[in-house]
Design a protein. Sequence first.
Length: 66
Amino acid sequence: MPVYAATQYRSILAVWPAMLLATIGVVIGTLVGKHLLKRIPERSHRTLVSAIILGLGIWMLVHPGS
């Protein structure tokens, strides 16, 4: 990150509103997700994450390079 900040600071400053909005979204999503994960049983969470990873793997096999 420091290398990008040092070499691309003009480009980064040009999109600061989007970066600020994304940062706020990440913080809110982390806080909400932390509370939601406490309500979901671990086994269900593992199953869901495994299904998502499997789905993404299949997608990448079927659509290479896209």
